[in-house]
Design a protein. Structure first.
Length: 193
C-alpha cells in the first residue's frame, strides 16, 4: 500500500483558506478607506486582525517543504507584517479611548485639563490613520506579487489538487458571505465552524 503524503494532500486546502482569509481581510481594509473620518472603529480592526492571523496560520500549514515554497513563506511573513500593523492601529485606538474616558486614569494621574487630553486623543487617532494609510499603500504594491503567487500555485496543482482548492475556496467564501454581518460572527465566535 502506498503511503499518503498528508502535506501534499492538505496543501490545496490550506492555500485556499489562506487566500480566502487574506482577501477578506484586505477587502475589509480597503472598504474602511471609504468610511467617514469619525468612523475608525476598533471592532473592524479586530476582525481584520483575526482574518490575517488565520490567513497566516493556514499559510504556515501550507509551507512544509523547505526551499520549495520560498514565495509562500515570504507571503506568510508579509501577512504577519500586516497583522502587526493592524495591532498597532488597535493599540492607537485603545490609547485614544483610554485618554478620552472621563473617569480614566489620564485625568487623575497627569493632572491635566480635558483640552490637553483631547489633543492627545486626536494625536493617537492621527497615528492610527497614518498606519492605515501606509497599509493600504503597501497592499497596492503587493497586489501584483500576490496574484503572481496565486497563479504559480495554481499552475503547480494537478487536476485533483485544483478541484480541492476550488471546492474549499467556494465553501469558505460562501460561509463568509452568509455570516459576515451577523453580530455573533463579528465577535469571531465560531466564525467559520
Amino acid at each position: 500500500m502506498k503511503a499518503i503524503n498528508h502535506f501534499k494532500q492538505n496543501r490545496p486546502l490550506h492555500l485556499a483558506l489562506r487566500d480566502i482569509y487574506y482577501e477578506r481581510a484586505t477587502g475589509l481594509l480597503r472598504a474602511l478607506k471609504h468610511q467617514p473620518v469619525q468612523k475608525l472603529d476598533a471592532a473592524d480592526y479586530e476582525e481584520i486582525l483575526f482574518l490575517l492571523r488565520t490567513a497566516r496560520d493556514h499559510g504556515r500549514f501550507s509551507v512544509r517543504d523547505n526551499g520549495k515554497n520560498e514565495k509562500d513563506d515570504q507571503f506568510c511573513k508579509f501577512i504577519n507584517m500586516l497583522a502587526g500593523n493592524v495591532k498597532a492601529v488597535l493599540s492607537m485606538l485603545n490609547l485614544k479611548h483610554s485618554v478620552e474616558a472621563k473617569d480614566g486614569f489620564f485625568f487623575s494621574f497627569l493632572e491635566v485639563n480635558h483640552a490637553s487630553v483631547a489633543l492627545q486623543a486626536e494625536e493617537y487617532e492621527r497615528r492610527a490613520r497614518d498606519i492605515v494609510r501606509c497599509m493600504l499603500s503597501t497592499l497596492e504594491l503587493a497586489s501584483a506579487a500576490y496574484e503572481g503567487l496565486k497563479q504559480a500555485n495554481s499552475a503547480a496543482f494537478d487536476h485533483s489538487e485544483r478541484e480541492r482548492y476550488d471546492k474549499a475556496a467556494a465553501h469558505y467564501m460562501d460561509r463568509i458571505e452568509k455570516h459576515a454581518d451577523l453580530p455573533q460572527y463579528r465577535k469571531r465566535e465560531g466564525l467559520f465552524a
